[in-house]
Write a protein that binds this ligand. Structure first.
Ligand code: ADP
Ligand code: MG
Ligand code: MG
Length: 193
């Protein structure tokens, strides 16, 4: 059951982890990308904090929609468009459902609409898919989130910048998978799940 207070806590905790993990996410991206994922997401996080402090959202739909718009306009790089699309689709879904699984499915749809990635292409999709399945069967745990993030290590990237490395992308956790891990850990800690 999704409500404003909990979703607010979710996004607040996500903002905090993005700011705290900036250097780690940049480092992950430096192995298989261009080293900016932490900085990109931290920019978005700071913009989110600013907009919600100035003008607190009045509904779950507004909170999710403004999160999407803020990420699209403040996060450089692919991840901004992908997370932005995810939040805009979650906002739409929240108008007709307060079921977390349905809302997250809509978010994944937003990511795939833009990025076209399926399972096992070493992207954030590899975290969203198992997390949604676990939410729907009421079996989500912190360990499952961590395992999904870690599983991207042994995949060869076929989407995104890391795919330019071919076999060289093996052996490193995908940065967008790691930031999605923080998103879902924040969702659990915020009491949304
Ligand atoms: P950029 O690659 O433009 O610098 P970021 O570094 O911010 O953007 O984000 C990279 C992350 O975006 C990757 O680690 C991956 O998880 C995600 N990503 C890239 N392309 C796709 C895609 N087509 N579908 C889903 N996720 C993707
Ligand atoms: Mg990058
Ligand atoms: Mg970049």
């Amino acid at each position: 059951m999704v409500n404003l207070e909990k979703v607010q806590e979710w996004i607040t905790l996500f903002i905090e982890s993005l700011c705290g993990k900036q250097a780690y996410l940049d480092r992950l991206d430096s192995f298989i990308g261009d080293g900016d994922h932490g900085m990109n997401m931290a920019h978005g996080a700071v913009a989110l904090r600013r907009t919600f402090e100035q003008d607190p959202p009045q509904s779950v739909e507004e909170l999710l929609r403004r999160t999407g718009m803020t990420l699209i306009s403040n996060v450089g790089g692919t991840a901004g468009a992908l997370y932005g699309s995810a939040f805009l689709e979650m906002a739409k879904a929240s108008q007709t459902s307060d079921d977390l699984g349905k809302i997250l499915e809509a978010g994944l749809g937003g990511i795939q609409k833009i990025g076209k990635a399926e399972a096992s292409e070493k992207t954030m999709v590899d975290v969203w898919l198992p997390v949604i399945a676990a939410v729907e069967t009421k079996q989500l745990t912190a360990e499952k989130i961590e395992a999904a993030v870690a599983s991207t290590k042994d995949i060869q990237a076929t989407k995104g910048r890391a795919s330019y490395l071919g076999a060289g992308s093996h052996g490193h956790v995908d940065p967008g998978a790691a930031s999605s891990g923080y998103l879902f850990q924040a969702m659990m800690d915020g009491g949304v799940y």
